[in-house]
Each structure stands twice: as C-alpha cells, then as structure tokens.
Design a protein around this ligand. Structure first.
Ligand code: SF4
Length: 483
C-alpha cells in the first residue's frame, strides 16, 4: 500500500523540480519579484547580524541547545506535556498528517464554531489543514497578510517566512480589488494594508476559534511561543474562546532561558529585524484572560524517522527562518513553487524528501549547486550541502536497487577510474574526446547539444570545447623548444 504523502501538496501530481523549474524560469516577472524581495531581506540580514559582536557564539549556542534537545527529545516532550497540562492546556499526539487533521477538525467542531481564524503556520500547511476544515464545513480565515493574499488568490506559499514573496504590489492590488470588491483601491503599501485590516478586523472580533502554529515549545513551563510582525497573531491568540496550536515535535526547547538565544537569531535571520514586533508567549489558560480552552497537537509526521538518521538528523535543528532560501542562487531564480512542496529552497530540498520518505521527492536533493551559501547563513549552522549529498546517495541507491553490476552509473565510474589511473589511457581519452566533439561544437567553441544520456548535461548548461592543446602538451612542447 502506498503511504499517505506527508506534505500537503500531492507529490504524485507535481512535476520533478527540474521540469517545474524550466517552466517557471520563463516567468520573468516572478523571477524579478523573487530576486528583488530576497535581495532586500539579505541586505537587511547582513546589516543586523554583522553589528552583533557575538553572532557566531549565538549560532554555536543555538546549535548546542538543539543538539542536546534532540538527544533527549522524549524527555523534553514529556516535560512539555506535563507542564502544559498542569497549566490547563490539553496535549494531543499525532503520528501523521491524517491523525493531526482528524484531531484538529474534531476540536473545532467541539468548539461549536463554523469558522476559524488562523495565524501563519507552515505546519498546518504541511498537513493540509485548511482543506480538511473546509471539507468539514468550517470556514477558514488566514490573518497573516501574505497568507491572506495567497488564500484570496488561490495560490500556494513560495517562502517559509514571506509566503507571497513572488507577488508584487500590482498583483496584490488586483487580488484585493477582485476578492474584496474594492474597485478604487490604490497600490501603496498603506492602501493594501488598510484594505486587509478592514477585511480582517470584524473576523477577529466575531470568530470564536483560533488556530496557530508555534515557533517554540518550552518544556520547562509548558508555554508556547509565537513570533510575528503584524499583530494578527496576538489577536488570534487572545480573542477567541478556543485556541488550537499545531506544532512539530522538533519545536521543543528545554527552558525559558533558551529563548534568549533563539529570539536574537530568528528575527535577524528571517526578516533582518533586531526583534520581532510581537513575541507572544502563553501558558495554559487563565480565568478572565485569553482563551478558555487551549489545545496543543504535537505532530510527528516523519520527524522521528529523520531523528533516527544520524547523517540527516540536523535537519531538525531548523527554526524556519528562511535565510537559506534568500541566499540560494537556485531558489532566487526559480522561486518556491518549483519545489512542489510547502517547504521550498535549501531547507525544502532536504526536509521534503525526508518527510515524503524520498519516494515522491527524488529530484529535490539535486535542486542545488552545492555552493554552500545556505550553510554560511544558516543561524543553526545546518550543513545543508552535506545532507543533500547524503540524500543524493539515497536516491541513487533507490534508483539502482537490484541492478547490481549492471548499474550504469557504477559501470561509468569504473571506466572513469581506469582512465584516470593510467597516463596513456588518459591521453588517449583526451584525443578521442577532441575528435568526438568536433562535429558537435559551434563556431564560438561551445557545445549546446550532446546525444543520448550525455544530453542530460547540455539540457541545462553549455559545455566548452576542449582546448586544442592541454597544459601538459604545452609544457612538453615548451621544454623541447627551450632545449
Ligand atoms: S535551514 Fe537554517 S537557514 Fe534554512 S530555514 Fe532552517 S534555520 Fe533557517
């Protein structure tokens, strides 16, 4: 039986990264929007990280906290459950997306609310919660500005932190004009923000159930922390009578004090801000203040599988800041939709194949030039290139399983090894290569098409013609002429 896909976009129906990227590269407006937005965020990030004298120490502390937490994840999750329950919260455990959706839908129905207001949450995107709620007759309102744009535009997120980053002002204005019936809407940021505010305000005041994700779960106190910039999160967390939080089990940190590290790293890496304008931390329920019922759904959905893989485990260190996406030269050209997953960019290229058990996301570990820009900016120092190579190895294993000695890649490697092992064979191969490429090269010295399996190379890049003379030949000739 085929396991249920673990990420919301049906991976059996999305094309491979390479196919999707080729199509999206034709959209020059999208490329312009993505390059502009990521460029602005990168410049801000650079400024606010360089001004901190202990930035590298902060990164190292965060890494150590995460490594320690993952080593004792069972203990910290149980601590969180105990302390959250003691404070009046109810903790639910979900093995996979289907279980999490079932619990969430039942809780919303129990709250006797036909509507929910939501804070931006990649975890709820991961489990396709909106579709499940709507199938159960519940109306969902996204309240984060970018998520609202996507919901009204029937679009998908393309960035972890700035989900509508692929849209420009004119496009957003078009969506609001159509969906909010505002024919005279201007396109200044203030006009768009005002339209969203007016649209959402009465929902904040009317809707009785809120749904959120979590940036951090604090084991020591059972508290949940959400950081955001717009204030919509604060409204969703305080106004409804019932609050349901859905969080991956990797979001737990041991103590309140650890926030000191993460609340410096996250905003600086994510949006280039020194501090998030809204940092909400709440613990259970309190009479006369905030929601009267509070539920936390702790989601596994493949995470314990990642934890079990020693070489890929550090994927779970991720705090979803999106800095790797902004720095990635591949993401900056294709945008997020090419990844066919709610998690795009370098983190998506390592997280999605693991959440989808590799079967449906084999092309993603190749969506990288391995330049290392993601590793350099990652506040948790996640060695994404190394995890990518590890996953590529798994893809090759999967694709060549059962081929044994007939595995074409293994045959080609053996042949190469034999050529590189002997000078005469290497020189003969060079001569042969020069002869073979002659009819394929253009007048400008570039080869743009190769036959058969070699065509995989020229499908995405041109090949320079070999020089008429190698360095070694030139050196030998020079020696002769000197003598
Ligand atoms: S992998 Fe690192 S840079 Fe990328 S989103 Fe996660 S924490 Fe941020």
């Amino acid at each position: 039986m085929t396991p249920e896909p673990l990420v919301s976009i049906d991976p059996t129906r999305v094309p491979s990264f390479q196919t999707a990227a080729k199509l999206l590269l034709n959209d020059s407006q999208l490329r312009k929007n993505v390059r502009h937005a990521t460029g602005v965020i990168q410049a801000r990030r650079k400024l606010v990280t360089e001004e901190l004298p202990d930035w590298q120490e902060l990164r190292e502390s965060a890494r150590q906290i995460k490594t320690h937490t993952l080593q004792h994840l069972d203990r910290y999750l149980e601590d969180f459950e105990r302390n959250c329950t003691r404070a009046g919260g109810v903790v639910h455990w979900a093995r996979d997306a289907a279980e999490a959706r079932k619990i969430a839908v039942e809780l919303v129905q129990q709250s006797a609310s036909g509507e929910v207001i939501k804070i931006k949450s990649m975890t709820t995107e991961e489990i396709a919660l909106n579709a499940a709620l709507e199938a159960a007759g519940v109306r969902v309102y996204e309240t984060d500005l970018a998520e609202l744009i996507l919901q009204l535009g029937r679009d998908l997120p393309s960035h972890i932190v700035v989900p509508a980053l692929h849209k420009n002002r004119q496009q957003i204005r078009g969506i609001f004009e159509r969906e909010m019936s505002l024919p005279n809407l201007g396109e200044r940021p203030a006009d768009l923000a005002e339209a969203a505010r007016t649209f959402l305000r009465e929902k904040f005041l009317r809707v009785k159930t809120g749904v959120s994700g979590a940036n951090f779960l604090i084991a020591e106190t059972g508290a949940v922390c959400v950081v955001e910039s717009e204030g919509n999160g604060r409204m969703c967390l305080t106004l409804p009578g019932t609050l349901i939080t859905i969080a991956g089990i990797d979001k737990v940190i041991p103590s309140f004090r650890d926030l000191e590290v993460f609340l410096q790293l996250l905003p600086r890496s994510a949006t280039g801000e020194r501090m998030n304008p809204y940092n909400s931390i709440w613990t259970g329920v309190h009479a006369g203040d905030g929601p009267r019922a509070f539920h936390v759904i702790l989601l596994d959905n493949g995470r314990t599988g990642i934890l079990a893989d020693e070489k890929a485990r550090e994927t779970l260190h991720c705090i979803r800041c999106g800095a790797c996406q902004n720095a990635c030269p591949v993401y900056r050209q294709t945008g997020g939709h090419a990844y066919g997953s709610v998690y795009a960019g370098p983190i998506g290229a390592i997280l999605t194949p693991q959440l989808q058990q590799m079967e449906h996301a084999r092309s993603l570990p190749y969506a990288s030039s391995l330049c290392g820009a993601c590793y350099e900016v990652c506040p948790l120092k996640i060695n994404i290139p190394e995890v990518l190579i590890h996953l590529r190895h798994q893809v090759v294993e999967l694709e060549t399983r059962g081929l044994g000695a007939l595995n074409p890649e293994a045959v080609a490697m053996k042949l190469m090894a034999s050529v590189f092992a002997s000078e005469s064979r290497f020189r003969a191969a060079q001569r042969l290569g020069r002869m073979a490429e002659a009819p394929l090269a253009g007048r400008d010295g570039w080869i743009r098409w190769l036959p058969g399996v070699l065509g995989g190379w020229t499908a995405v890049r041109d090949l320079r013609r070999m020089p008429k003379q190698t360095f070694r030949e030139w050196w030998e000739q020079r020696g002769e002429s000197d003598a």
